[in-house]
Design a protein around this ligand. Structure first.
Ligand code: FES
Length: 132
């Protein structure tokens, strides 16, 4: 089946970047946990933020889902690293899908990654608001 996919999908699927977990109770960590109702796939994406600069210094993910979802989350962690939290809110699933040349039926897989980024930033900001 993999041969139908773009080589970037296969690459990120075979060698996913930044697989792992951070401590979700760490005040510098934001956790986004999202699911796709259509297929039941689940993605967890976490960011670690420098609270002085608002910059995302690290990111990781765990995805229980299809190859496109794994590849999308792998790309997402690469794209958010080194950026400001506000900046990554504008990452669109269509950009991820385009980068990976995902077929239309797999668009929702990249949507999971966009949603997970937004959820992670939201979680981080909610935590910060609580401690301030
Ligand atoms: Fe549902 Fe890919 S098939 S996330």
């Amino acid at each position: 089946l993999l041969r139908f996919y773009h080589e970037r999908v296969v690459d990120h699927y075979n060698n996913p970047r930044n697989v792992g977990s951070f401590d979700k109770n760490d005040p510098d960590v934001g956790t986004g946990l999202v699911g796709a109702p259509a297929c039941g796939d689940v993605m967890k994406l976490q960011i670690k933020v420098d609270d002085q600069t608002g910059k995302i210094v690290d990111a990781c993910f765990k995805t229980f889902g299809c190859g496109s979802a794994i590849a999308s989350s792998s790309v997402a962690t690469e794209w958010v690293k080194g950026k400001q939290t506000e900046e990554v809110l504008s990452i669109k699933n269509t950009e991820i899908a385009k980068h990976l040349s995902l077929p239309p039926v797999k668009l929702h897989c990249s949507m999971l990654a966009e949603d997970a980024i937004k959820a992670a930033v939201k979680d981080y900001e909610a935590k910060r608001a609580k401690t301030e």
